[in-house]
Every structure is written in structure tokens, then in C-alpha cells.
Ligand binder design. Structure first.
Ligand code: FAD
Length: 320
């Protein structure tokens, strides 16, 4: 079976869930080989082997933290040369898309971003993308070289699968450009205790219909009842009601959770662009004609100030 290179997202050795989902996708295409870069990379081995990685290439060089993306591109380029995979899979994120594009350029191949699945095809892996509020599904294949494909979080289940997990040191030779852009400072955002927006299985979002920033407390209470992340429309963010890091849409984050609840959000195309691949969409809006209802699997026509607290109360009651 052909090897599939999976780029590992981890935080100091703690593997993030979307990487485990990628390993599920990779196993459908061939034998997963993982590549983990940065501090703590060696600590990822056990988890990756437990989810099907036959080999794990590890490089803990300090360059990945000290400089922007080029050292990672150098490392992945060298990993590809060693493994000669049928595809490189990475999790869709801003940084990973930049890395994917640069890597594809080096490989003289092509990149496909924001896939919601990758299928085995007779002539190579086929990436499935969802477009225009999920009205279209496109299947694309890179027809020269090794495809680099970014896959959205929540696109596949996490499936444990024991594999050898043989560890290989990747001694990376960095290019002169690797040290071109230095990171001068880093600061972590204050933790809310809620899941990361792009990785969350459930996202509860609020829009202009909330009427004020204080009313985001209603969204947060529902999110906490469900163990969900909080999202916001651009109108709510532009009004200063919620931080931009939570904006969902074309100029915000792209999410693909199992459940997306939109409250007081009209469903503009730019908002849909960031949430249309959610598995189940629930809309709460007082306007029965709001475009969000064209997309929603379940619609509640009503005032969110009444509906959202009722929903939260009911969920909490059932959990008790
Ligand atoms: P509105 O469109 O004003 O909708 C508010 C909704 O709340 C209405 O449907 C109303 O019926 C409902 N409502 C009001 N009161 C209540 C109540 N009490 N109970 C229940 N429902 C109520 N938007 C994004 O979201 N993300 C993006 O990334 C983004 N990028 C953009 C990029 C560009 C280049 C441009 C031009 C626009 C972008 N937008 C983006 C903006 C987008 O076009 C919309 O303006 C925005 O999504 C509207 O936000 P909203 O749905 O919260 O507000």
C-alpha cells in the first residue's frame, strides 16, 4: 500500500483532534506516515501509533518556533523526499494553508484546500470540497506530482487503530530563507475553558439580532450547556460585541462542526462561507424569511431572547 504523509498539529506534544481525524482519512488512502515538528514532537509518538501511523518522522529543531513558516516547509519537503507519499494531508488552518501552498510549489504539484473528505481514486487521491452553502460538492484531483491537501476539522471520525509507529529522526537542512522572518513575541489568549472554535464539535453563534454585547451571555450560556465553542457574525464583531477571533465567515474562521446553532444571524453569503459544511445547522431567527432558513436543517422562528434561554434551561435540565 502507498504511504500517505500526515502533518501533525500538536501543542508541545499534545496531538490535536483534527490530526487524529486526518489519520482516519489517510488510512482510507494507504498507510499513514506522520511527520511531527517542533518542541515536544517526540511525545506525539504513542498517540499517533495508536491511530494508525506506521512511521513517525520527528524533528524538534528550535527553528520552527523562532521563525515563521519556511523552516516547516523545508522539513516537510525533506520528509516528502524520504517517504515519497501519494499525498500530503494537513489540517486546514491559516498557517497550514500557507505551508501547503509553499510545499506544493516546491514539489511542482498542486494544492487543494478545505477538503471535507479525500477519496481514493484510480488516478490518485480525490479531494471533496463543499461550495456555495453546500449546494455543490466538487471532487478535484491534482494531476501532476504529489498532491498537498488541507482537510477541515471534523471531516472524519477519530478511529483508534494500532500500528507500528516506528520513530525516525528527521535531520532537517534548513534553506537560507528559513531564518528570514523571526518571531519577536508571542502571547497566549486568555483561556475561556471552551473548545477551540475551528475544532469544536458544536458551535453556538450570535449575530446582530442579539442587540448588544451583553446579550452574548445568552450565547455563552447555551454554549456552556452544550460544551460548545462560541462564534459570531461579522456584524456582531464589527459592533465590538465579541472578539474578532470568534468571527465565522469569509473574513473570519471556517468551521465544520457536527452542530452549528445560528442565533440572530441572517445568513449572508459571507457568513455561510465559514459554516456551510456544518453537519447539522439550527437557526433561530424572528424573521421567517431570513436566508439562514434556506440552509438550516432545523429552524426556530422566534425571538432569541426567549428561545435561547429556554433551550439552555431545557438542556441543563436534561443533563442534571
Ligand atoms: P444581520 O444581517 O443584520 O442579521 C440579523 C438577523 O437577526 C436578522 O435576520 C434578524 O431577523 C435577526 N433578528 C433580529 N432580532 C432578533 C431577535 N430578537 N430574535 C431572533 N432574531 C433576530 N459576515 C460574517 O458573518 N462573517 C464574515 O466573515 C464576513 N465577511 C465579509 C466579507 C466581506 C468582503 C463583506 C462585504 C461582508 C462580510 N460579512 C461577513 C458581512 C455579511 O455580509 C453580513 O453583513 C453579516 O454576516 C450580517 O451579520 P448578521 O447576520 O449578524 O446581521
Amino acid at each position: 500500500m502507498a504511504d500517505v504523509l500526515v502533518v501533525v498539529d500538536h501543542v508541545e506534544g499534545s496531538v490535536r483532534k483534527p490530526t487524529l481525524e486526518l489519520l482516519t482519512v489517510a488510512r482510507r488512502l494507504g498507510t499513514p506516515v506522520a511527520v511531527a515538528l517542533g518542541a515536544g514532537a517526540a511525545q506525539t509518538v504513542e498517540v499517533l501509533a495508536g491511530h494508525g501511523a506506521s512511521r513517525i518522522l520527528v524533528s524538534e529543531a528550535g527553528e520552527y518556533a523562532d521563525f515563521l513558516v519556511v523552516p516547516k516547509v523545508d522539513a516537510l519537503h525533506q520528509a516528502v523526499k524520504r517517504v515519497d507519499p501519494v499525498a500530503v494531508l494537513t489540517v486546514s488552518s491559516g498557517e497550514n494553508k500557507e505551508i501547503a501552498a509553499r510545499l506544493a510549489l516546491r514539489l511542482e504539484s498542486g494544492v487543494i484546500t478545505d477538503a471535507v473528505d479525500v477519496e481514493a481514486g484510480d488516478e490518485g487521491p480525490v479531494a471533496v470540497q463543499s461550495a456555495f452553502a453546500a449546494s455543490y460538492t466538487t471532487r478535484s484531483r491534482v494531476n501532476r506530482g504529489i498532491p498537498v491537501i488541507t482537510v477541515k476539522p471534523n471531516s472524519a471520525p477519530v478511529e483508534p487503530a494500532a500500528a507500528a509507529g516506528a520513530v525516525e529522526e528527521l535531520a532537517v537542512e534548513f534553506s537560507p530563507a528559513a531564518r528570514g522572518t523571526r518571531v519577536v513575541s508571542r502571547s497566549a489568549r486568555e483561556s475561556t475553558g471552551r473548545p477551540e472554535l475551528t475544532e469544536a464539535a458544536i458551535v453556538v453563534s450570535g449575530g446582530r439580532g442579539l442587540g448588544s454585547g451583553e446579550n452574548f451571555a445568552l450565547i455563552e450560556a447555551l454554549a456552556d450547556a452544550l460544551g460548545a465553542a462560541v462564534g459570531a457574525s461579522r456584524a456582531a464583531v464589527d459592533a465590538g460585541w465579541y472578539p474578532h477571533a470568534h468571527q465565522v465567515g469569509q473574513t473570519g474562521k471556517s468551521v465544520s462542526p457536527q452542530l452549528y446553532i445560528a442565533s440572530g444571524i441572517s445568513g449572508a453569503i459571507q457568513h455561510r462561507a465559514g459554516m456551510q459544511t456544518s453537519k447539522t445547522i439550527v437557526a433561530i431567527n424572528k424573521d421567517a424569511e431570513a436566508p439562514i432558513f434556506d440552509l438550516a436543517d432545523y429552524g426556530i422562528v422566534g425571538d432569541l431572547h426567549t428561545v435561547v434561554p429556554q433551550l439552555t434551561e431545557e438542556i441543563n435540565k436534561r443533563k442534571a
